[in-house]
Design a protein around this ligand. Structure first.
Ligand SMILES: [Zn+2]
Length: 237
């Protein structure tokens, strides 16, 4: 079954319908596992379902809203992709192109979110919801738990009348300067500072930081492996 460990990466190669996590070869699908001792390949016979990967769109439920991150329990991937791990998070920098001062103004526990997979590594799955089309697709009133309706920029509970903010998926989320001086031709300033250019830079610098983080970790892993092996060699000598 999906996520089931079949064998270890040291003993077999990950073949069809399998993936590697924490040194274990796991199944991506329902079906019969086969460990071929001749080819050293672990495969699963079954319908081919791809596990979600970076860039895929997924759906989940918000389980916790912290100051620096929003926790998500993944439910399913878009299309034929399969969610093989449940726990993911939206780090505050990935929430919106808008300035995020309070994560609670963007997500609340129980909301259903549509997000893009930003990064997958041994430490977890990072999601992002920047841009229109991503964010909360179902919001529930934090007072009475009724489903809320999108009402222009705000969410409104038709049951108790409560009004709350969300990162609603249909909402434009462009970077806006926090202070706007209309007397100095604010609109043109907003365009040149705001929108696309700034977003591009933001994206690149975030990407850079992510990549570096990942390189470090991989470096760490490589070092660990080679140390482990050379220690072992030393001991046997
Ligand atoms: Zn309500």
């Amino acid at each position: 079954m999906p996520g089931e460990a079949l064998t270890t990466e040291e003993e077999f190669l990950a073949g069809k319908n399998t993936y590697v996590e924490d040194g274990l070869i796991k199944s991506t699908t329902f079906g019969n596992a086969n460990l071929d001792h001749a080819t050293k390949e672990a495969t699963v016979k079954g319908k081919s379902i791809e596990p979600v990967k970076e860039g895929d769109v997924v759906f989940g439920v918000i389980t916790n809203v912290k100051d620096n991150t929003v926790m998500v329990e993944l439910k399913r991937g878009e299309g034929e992709t399969k969610v093989t791990r449940r726990n993911a998070q939206i780090p505050v920098r990935n929430i919106s192109n808008e300035f995020v001062s309070r994560t609670r103004d963007f997500y609340r526990i129980g909301d259903i979110v549509k997000a893009k997979v930003n990064r997958i590594d041994d430490y977890g799955i990072d999601l992002e919801t920047k841009g229109k089309g991503l964010g909360v697709i179902k919001a529930y009133c934090s007072k009475c738990r009724h489903e809320m309706m999108s009402n222009q920029e705000k969410m409104k509970c038709l049951d108790c009348g409560s009004i709350e903010d969300r990162k609603w998926f249909e909402k434009e989320d462009e970077y806006k300067p926090r202070e706007r001086d209309d007397s100095r031709g604010g609109f043109r300033d907003r365009r040149s500072f705001g929108g696309r250019d700034n977003r591009g830079h933001g994206g690149r610098s975030f990407g850079g930081r992510n990549d570096r983080g990942r390189d470090n970790r991989q470096g760490g892993r490589r070092n660990f492996n080679s140390n482990g092996r050379s220690n072992f060699g030393g001991r046997s000598r």
